[in-house]
Design a protein around this ligand. Sequence first.
Ligand SMILES: Nc1ncnc2c1ncn2[C@@H]1O[C@H](COP(=O)(O)OP(=O)(O)OP(=O)(O)O)[C@@H](O)[C@H]1O
Ligand SMILES: Cc1ncc(C[n+]2csc(CCOP(=O)(O)O)c2C)c(N)n1
Ligand SMILES: [Mg+2]
Ligand SMILES: [Mg+2]
Ligand SMILES: [Mg+2]
Length: 325
Amino acid sequence: MDEFKFIQSITPKYYHQSSIITGIGDDAAIIRQQQSDTVIAMDTMVESVHFSEKTTSPYHIGYRALAANISDIAAMGGKVTAYLVSIVIPKRWDEEKIRDIYRGMNDLAAHFQMDLIGGDTVSGSQLTISITVIGSVKNDQARYRGDAKPGDYIFVTGTLGDSACGLYVLLHGEREEQDEFKYFINRHQMPWPRISFIQECQQIKRMALNDVSDGIANEANEIAEASQLLLELDYEKIPVHQDLRKFPKHQQYNWSLSGGEDFELIGTVPAADWEILEKAAERTKTSITKIGEVKDIKEKNGSAWIYHENQYRKLERSGYTHLKG
Ligand SMILES: Nc1ncnc2c1ncn2[C@@H]1O[C@H](COP(=O)(O)OP(=O)(O)OP(=O)(O)O)[C@@H](O)[C@H]1O
Ligand SMILES: Cc1ncc(C[n+]2csc(CCOP(=O)(O)O)c2C)c(N)n1
Ligand SMILES: [Mg+2]
Ligand SMILES: [Mg+2]
Ligand SMILES: [Mg+2]
């Protein structure tokens, strides 16, 4: 099958969103605007960096690549509309495997009622998927990293460290261990972007928000920096799955703070809005945990600090970093 036939075969038969006037088939897609702000993000996944044959099936490669992108829209408080996929396909990848990648994306997209509206197909040496995701947020309702205020409660959704633990088990675990820790493997392969939870939070006027792709040691610092305030966390309160306790303490620490790829949300809300947040969590069956508070302490503003085993120390940005020298 050549590039053109391939594109034809992945063209959706219809679009969920009536705002899509033109999807795949022209030079670019056309989306009609209404009274909302458009949210656009892109993330790339590369073989042997974000996934390998050992960790991720083709179906999960697609699913995960799209999930990471949807998560960035959730982190802006938005909902998703459409996506474009640029894929670099190595010669050794057969058609069925590529199809499975698209099946993974398609299943997740269907859940969020979002449409594939374009992309690009190239052959190359390393499987690479770049996704551009388009969403919307009501005018002036976007959630910025710089919107934290002193006294805000810091929260996270779900549990942290699951994906890193799953990756570890996939790479190093024997068959038996992989069975025992299926939960973590599933969390690595099929993360769940928190779109519905964040949509339920619209009543809350102000919220700083970020999604957990690199690990909260990074993301908490990003909020602190953008808000020029201190994010003070309590390690004891970081939510982890009960089975994570079966691993050595240093692994629990590293995975929950720096493991990344959980695609949960970390944010700050005014203390007065905590109940609204809890209700939104209940309605969407999302667990949320208060993990700290925002402070205004001149010499620490712009950084995150953590209480851990009776010590109070600076939480360094220890998550995954590309292009590190
Ligand atoms: N190569 C690039 N060209 C232009 N803008 C970029 C490039 N790489 C990143 N950005 C922009 O930098 C900002 C931060 O990007 P970053 O990738 O760190 O965020 P993220 O997607 O939330 O994190 P992650 O990639 O870990 O999921 C975003 O606005 C992004 O669009
Ligand atoms: C095979 C394999 N090895 C290592 C990892 C771990 N990993 C890769 S990128 C990343 C951070 C987010 O990246 P980005 O900033 O690009 O979103 C992490 C934690 C993996 N997923 N698969
Ligand atoms: Mg990115
Ligand atoms: Mg991202
Ligand atoms: Mg992000």
